[in-house]
Write a new protein. Structure first.
Length: 187
């Protein structure tokens, strides 16, 4: 999009603050993944940098998993900042689904939503590491062989803000102004 999406205005704050609020409804333990550059230090949560540049969200997931493993945390919750319409009640359901799976993620009629998921640290970390080593950077391909539980959710909750036009579809109070297709160069 050319802008730092995390800092875009949303509901009287920023998209980052909104995402943190949603996650805090499921857990008090919130960590910010900053990408390859350390930023967002003033948002009241620990910040973790990606250990690998140019590997996209998979590098962020690896950073989250290695940090969790070092702290003996068994499960992590993962939510992209550009999914502001995700319902807060979904996140605890994802975590609970890890009782019988290695990964739990939302699924819409458009497919899996890997940027809103929960992971069991130990099974996921090795898969993600191997995917990074073999340059398989699609998050879904890194999860091959893991037990995945899906929770069906309406697609309107996953209006992803990948372009200025996408952002314009979601107004400052957080309602979807018009239907959004999931095709084109921004998806």
């Amino acid at each position: 999009m050319g802008l730092d999406k995390a800092l875009l205005p949303y509901r009287g704050g920023t998209l980052l603050e909104h995402a943190m609020g949603i996650v805090r409804e499921a857990t008090a333990d919130v960590v910010i993944l900053s990408g390859p550059r350390r930023r967002y230090l003033d948002f009241g949560a620990p910040v973790i940098e990606d250990p690998i540049c140019g590997a996209g969200p998979l590098a962020g997931l690896y950073a989250a998993l290695t940090s969790a493993a070092a702290a003996d945390v068994d499960r992590i919750l993962w939510l992209a900042v550009d999914l502001p319409l995700v319902p807060p009640h979904l996140l605890p359901r994802l975590v609970d689904a890890l009782d019988c799976a290695d990964v739990a993620m939302a699924r819409t009629e458009h497919g899996l939503e890997p940027m809103c998921a929960a992971f069991r640290t130990t099974p996921a970390i090795e898969n993600v590491r191997q995917a990074l080593l073999t340059a398989r950077l699609k998050l879904i391909s890194a999860l091959e062989g893991l037990r995945i539980e899906t929770i069906d959710v309406d697609a309107h909750h996953f209006a992803n803000l990948n372009s200025p036009a996408d952002y314009a579809l979601t107004d400052a109070v957080g309602s979807l102004q018009s239907a959004k297709t999931r095709t084109g160069p921004w998806r």
